[in-house]
Design a protein around this ligand. Structure first.
Ligand code: NAD
Length: 422
């Protein structure tokens, strides 16, 4: 990989590049610019874990708190082999901007452990989670930093985080973490929330472009929480899902998929997505992004759309379900093609919005019905979408930069009101 390519794929640099453009357009004061550019604090933890074979292994983990200006840090914990401090830093900053875009009272944080969950037993994963949490007990807390699931972690992981924290502080504290099982103070609608938020953004984008839902062709890369829930909801709403992929490969079928059947195939029968019977043309996990469609939803991982392939994207709307699927270097190519972009910090903000609802419900000890959760989510997403698009139109910037400007402006205002303790 040459140096330029390496730079392009550094997600921290991608996040920073957008921040720079937005901060400049906003004429952000120099001091505030410097304050918001860097994370508030970061920590590396070395997590010793007894493997099932009796050997001791040490896993490296991180937690970065980017900002707690508008409220406690908020952000997922990722378990993946390619976790790095730069990635966690970028994701933490994105959480600050994301929470500000949807105007919920959280700052931004993120964590991760370098490990491959597919090669670890459930008991090993539990040990990693518990020791990682124990090391970070002073960082976490409902008023300090509230983790959530991300790639490689799920409801069960969050239950372990909650229990470990509770054991250390000697009281059940459900609000320390979100994305928990319903039985432990989780929220109705959380599992579907990110996919639902993606769909709400797509609905709004269609309105803008005067396009119809029925028969609108959608490709979704990633069939995990965001991708599969998004696909199920959008299929039920009348969208035609013509492309699907997970890390092992994808399928394209312009007649559309029966998504509940694909979901059952993958999740209940445990079969490979690409082997779905009569699934259509087999394509690689990345190639699926370049098949023709109306809406393209990358919902897998970072750096999927780059300068090497952005000119091959063939859609009218690009709605980012994943964090950072498009590199900052590829932004101008997508813009030049006239594609309507719903940037990640808006497109996938449904998850953190319902995480916020979960935190509120836990602190109140009073739980809402699913309909209430979904209605409130719809309100937040629609308002945020309108604010971003209105800003883009009135200030002649693209939707991504508009989202950053709206977010940075909100954090900067809060910071100015608080004053800097320096
Ligand atoms: P997940 O682990 O549940 O699923 C990830 C999916 O992507 C899997 O189907 C996996 O096979 C696939 N995948 C991974 N690498 C791939 C590749 N190179 N090509 C094609 N497919 C690939 O994760 P998730 O929770 O669905 O998160 C997906 C993305 O959405 C991440 O970027 C995450 O940060 C972001 N996100 C998640 C949430 C949430 O609530 N879960 C909220 C906001 C943002």
């Amino acid at each position: 990989m040459c140096a330029a390519e390496h730079d392009e794929l550094n997600v921290y640099q991608s996040a920073e590049a957008r921040f720079e453009i937005a901060a400049q357009k906003l004429a952000l004061e120099d001091g505030l610019y410097r304050y918001l550019k860097y994370p508030s604090k970061e920590i590396t933890v070395y997590v010793p874990v007894a493997r099932d074979n009796g050997k001791l292994e040490v896993f490296v983990g991180y937690r970065v708190l980017h900002s707690n200006v508008r409220g406690p840090g908020k952000g997922g914990i990722r378990f993946a082999p390619d976790v790095s401090i730069d990635e966690v830093r970028a994701l933490a900053a994105w959480m600050t901007w994301k929470c500000a875009v949807v105007n919920i009272p959280f700052g931004g944080a993120k964590g991760g452990v370098i490990c491959d969950p597919s090669k670890l037993s459930k008991v090993e994963l539990e040990r990693i989670t518990r020791r990682y949490t124990a090391e970070l007990c002073e960082w976490f807390g409902p008023e300090r930093d509230v983790p959530a699931p991300d790639i490689g972690t799920n409801e069960q992981t969050m239950a372990w985080v909650m229990d470990t924290y509770a054991m250390h502080v000697r009281q059940a504290t459900t609000a320390v973490v979100t994305g928990k099982p319903l039985e432990l103070g989780g929220s109705q609608g959380r599992k579907e929330a990110t996919g639902r938020g993606v769909m709400i953004c797509c609905d709004k984008a269609l309105d803008r472009l005067k396009m119809k839902r029925d028969g609108c062709r959608v490709i979704i890369q990633g069939f995990g929480n965001v991708g599969s829930q998004g696909a199920l909801l959008m299929h039920a709403a009348g969208y035609k899902i013509v492309g699907l992929a997970d890390i092992h490969g994808g399928l394209y079928n312009d007649k559309g998929f029966d998504v509940p059947k694909v979901h059952d195939w993958v999740y209940n029968q445990g079969k490979p997505l690409q082997e779905f019977p009569a699934g259509g043309e087999k394509v690689s996990a990345q190639e699926v992004l370049f098949r023709p469609c109306d809406i393209l939803i990358p919902a897998a991982t970072e750096n999927q759309i780059t300068t090497k392939n952005a000119d091959r994207v063939d859609c009218k709307i690009l709605c980012e379900g994943a964090n950072g699927p498009t590199t900052s270097h590829a932004d101008p190519i997508i813009e030049k093609k006239g594609i309507f972009i719903v940037p990640d910090i808006l497109g996938n903000a449904g998850g953190v919005t319902v995480s916020y609802f979960e935190w509120v419900q836990d602190r109140q000890g009073f739980f809402w019905r699913e309909r209430e959760v979904n209605e409130r989510l719809q309100d937040v997403m629609e308002q945020s979408f309108d604010q971003v698009v209105r800003y883009a139109e009135t200030h002649n910037v693209n939707n991504r930069i508009a989202a950053y400007i709206v977010a940075i402006d909100r954090v900067a205002r809060a910071l100015k009101l608080r004053g800097i303790y320096a």
